[in-house]
Design a protein around this ligand. Structure first.
Ligand SMILES: [Zn+2]
Ligand SMILES: [Zn+2]
Length: 256
């Protein structure tokens, strides 16, 4: 019943014990997982993982960090081809990240636009990563707006006004384990936003929730995120989990 809407289970960090991680996830009632690629290689691995498990779905994309080695038409062509696989339910992760120096803003923006156009052409939702780059992210989303532009803001880190603007643009807010951190402003966002626009994710192997901070994160921990959301909303954990699962299925066009 729990949903991990963004988890890099196909990353090498899980190569030694992926079966055990999946086992713990299933025992914790995590019944739906979306595994995003960040380049050609990880997108391919994500599709393979999805092929092996009917509760795992794949998205393919080019992460802003991966655009630092110049981005070629061959790369876009290969991703477009991968996006054709039946396991692929979205384009991502894509976006802008100006956190680390030096920032390759222009290359990132070119790749972001290219990938948004692919999402629109294939009528798929986009999985967006935006860090320290909200102004440009929103500017590009508005410029590239099509009638079918939609998706999720993964690992959302903004305030209430920003969340509302993303929702107006057709994007839902995906809440990671940072909602459990003491200084996080995410609880305010969760409280203000209707649950129909909320998703849960781990972004594993990164961003472990309290009390696992600093350790490798894993999909079973998405239950902790869901419990926090239920607590903030004042509803039962199961009710929150069901609503969030429905949201995820609706956005990614999954059958029940
Ligand atoms: Zn990300
Ligand atoms: Zn990610």
């Amino acid at each position: 019943m729990f949903t991990d809407a963004h988890c890099h289970l196909s990353f090498p960090e899980f190569d030694n014990d992926r079966a055990e991680v999946i086992d713990r996830m299933r025992k914790s009632n995590v019944s739906l997982l979306i595994d995003p690629g960040i380049d050609i290689d990880t997108s391919r691995r994500s599709i393979e993982l999805s092929r092996a498990h009917d509760f795992i779905y794949s998205t393919v994309g080019l992460h802003p960090h991966e655009t630092r080695h110049d981005v070629s038409d061959e790369t876009f062509g290969a991703l477009e081809k991968l996006a054709d696989s039946p396991e692929v339910v979205g384009i991502g992760e894509i976006g802008l990240d100006y956190h680390y120096e030096p920032v390759f803003a222009e290359t990132q923006q070119r790749a972001f636009r290219e990938m948004l156009r692919l999402a629109a052409a294939l009528d798929l939702p986009a999985v967006i990563h935006s860090r320290d780059a909200w102004d440009d992210t929103l500017k590009i989303l508005k410029e590239e707006k099509t009638s079918n532009l939609r998706g999720i803001m993964h690992c959302f880190s903004g305030d209430i006004a920003l969340a509302e603007e993303c929702i107006r643009l057709g994007f839902s807010i995906s809440v990671p384990g940072t909602v459990t951190y003491r200084k996080s402003s995410l609880p305010d966002v969760v409280q203000a936003i209707d649950i129909e626009h909320l998703l849960t994710e781990t972004d594993a192997p990164y961003l472990s929730p309290v009390p696992f901070r600093g350790k490798r994160n894993e999909p079973a921990n998405v239950c902790i995120v869901t419990e926090h959301i239920a607590g903030i909303k004042g509803i039962a954990v199961e009710a929150a989990a069901v609503r969030i699962s429905e949201n995820t299925r609706r956005i990614f066009g999954l059958d029940d």
